[in-house]
Design a protein around this ligand. Structure first.
Ligand code: SF4
Length: 498
């Protein structure tokens, strides 16, 4: 087995996880990528393909294994201006470089690592990128390749597309040579330890470090490694991952079941409520609090939800990397408490900017008075602001809608309604089945936002058959429509309690 830069990165993140991947193929299905992770990989590949335009006359090594090394050597001998996926295998390590570029002046090669992130600092993963480059630097050094400089290439979040893509503006290139050379000794030591650890046939002991972390940080093998921890455990307490002291205190005492939590540990109000409703298997319903929230809403009620797509490489003029395209909205309108509900929806079915259509339709559908209800309103508010920034003539209209926004999730965030089956969450996906069990996302072909987003990209792609696009359009309408109808149904159930 040769250790690749990805395996090395994964090893630095969690050695046990990589050992299980390599030695326990029966757990393989635990490692299947989620839709979100697959999308990230696809976006990364797309960014790499676009970044190759920075290096004219480049040649890609498409072969694999030893043959890829031979082709790389041939291309290097010819002083090929740029080699994509240049491959080196040495000492049990394999490096496939994003771009190895010949520097005729200095008679050496420069290494470029391409990243699909907007900045290498704002994601907190600067170290990962540098480790990645240092790993490759080590493999190149062991392969006796004369390297001059090490660069990181990443997206420029200040870039706004106008017409065709301008690659020199879309990408930023940072010289990391000094940092890489300083880092190399430490990374080389880590590489040797990784080789020793991952080649061992002996399974690491049971248990793993994530026992001290909240559920959202666990990987899919947590249950395999921690068989004594139940599926719903102290790790599921709201924000427990940020309350290190409390979680540590519980784990040190081997308390995993929520019902076994002792009274001598102080929890936040939200955590204490979650523990109480779980123990009593009875909800907390604060009628006065719910009344206060609902009585603050002015009619008409406009239940609004957006779906967006945020491509790494801006596909439309006026957009920056990862900026959201508001391709769909659903709006349920209730004029008075007893009125029949009306429904307005919008779906962009072509790869064109929907901003103007969306702004126009929302401006004409949402009157001067009333309340615009969303779930997690900061998302809708952000999309509205972005539309206003793109279309100055609609800036005031978008601001007006934002000033009318109310977050229905507040009823649950403020703890006016806490149910044991929410399991500490205030997501609409958890609240809906409890308050309105007859409505469900489960049966839908599209049942979550990330899937909706990827489906839209597939729908507007010229490669997609029109019948498939038509089916996706119908599924998207059902999904987004349910989001706003669900808010109405939850509001209605809350109303019945008063
Ligand atoms: S649950 Fe955490 S510590 Fe355990 S194997 Fe997965 S990532 Fe590593």
């Amino acid at each position: 087995m040769n250790i690749s830069k990805t395996t090395f990165q994964d090893y630095l993140f969690c050695a046990k996880n990589v050992w299980l991947k390599l030695h326990k193929p029966e757990l393989l299905e635990e490692f299947a990528l989620s839709e979100f992770e697959r999308h990230l990989v696809e976006q990364g590949n797309e960014v790499e393909l676009h970044a190759r335009n920075l290096f004219p006359n480049g040649v890609e090594v498409t072969e694999t294994g030893e043959r890829a090394c031979e082709v790389t050597a041939e291309l290097m001998a010819q002083k090929t201006p740029a080699i994509f996926q240049a491959t080196f295998i040495v000492d049990g390590f394999i490096a496939r470089n994003d771009a190895l570029v010949w520097d005729p002046q200095n008679k050496c090669w420069n290494l470029y690592e391409i990243k699909g992130t907007n900045s290498i600092n704002d994601t907190g993963n600067d170290h990962n990128h540098l480790d990645d480059l240092a790993f490759q630097a080590s493999v190149l050094r062991r392969s006796h390749v004369p390297v001059g400089k090490y660069f990181l290439v990443h997206l420029n979040n200040k870039y706004v597309r106008v017409g065709d893509l301008n690659y020199d503006e879309l990408f930023l290139i940072e010289d990391k040579t000094e940092e890489i050379l300083a880092r190399l000794p430490v990374v080389e030591e880590q590489m040797e330890t990784a080789k020793w650890y991952l080649s061992s046939e002996k399974e690491p002991p049971e248990g793993c470090n994530c026992i001290y972390k909240g559920r959202s940080q666990h990987c899919t093998t947590f249950t395999y490694s921690n068989k004594n921890v139940p599926a719903y455990s102290v790790h599921d307490l709201s924000r427990i991952g940020s309350s290190k002291k409390k979680l540590n205190a519980l784990i040190e005492r081997k308390i995993y079941e929520i019902e076994n939590i002792p009274d001598d540990i102080d929890f936040s109000e939200i955590q204490a409520n979650q523990i109480m409703v779980h123990r009593q298997q009875k909800p907390i319903i604060n009628i006065d609090g719910i009344r206060e929230e609902l009585e603050s809403l002015a009619f008409p009620l406009y239940f609004l939800d957006y779906e967006t797509y945020a491509p790494a490489i801006p596909s439309l003029s006026g957009y920056s990397p990862y900026q959201r395209i508001p391709f769909q909205f659903s709006l349920h309108i209730l004029e008075t408490p007893d009125a029949e509900m009306t429904h307005i929806e919008y779906l962009q079915t072509e790869a064109k900017d929907p901003s103007e259509d969306v702004a126009k339709l929302l401006d004409s559908s949402i009157g001067a008075i009333g309340t615009v209800i969303a779930w997690n309103k900061s998302f809708e508010a952000g999309v509205n602001r972005e539309i206003g920034a793109r279309l100055p003539e609609y800036k005031n209209a978008m601001e007006r809608i934002n000033n009318m926004l109310y977050d229905l999730m507040d009823v649950f965030k403020k703890q006016h309604y806490v149910h044991p089956d929410f399991r500490g969450s205030t997501s609409i996906k958890k609240v809906l089945p409890v308050l309105v069990p007859e409505l469900s996302y489960k049966e839908l072909n599209i049942h979550e936002g990330g899937q909706a987003s990827n489906s839209w990209a597939e729908m507007v792609s010229p490669a997609t058959h029109p019948d498939v696009s038509e089916k996706i359009a119908a599924d998207l309408k059902v999904y987004c429509g349910l989001d706003t109808y669900a808010m109405y149904a939850i509001w209605k159930e809350l109303q019945k309690l008063l």
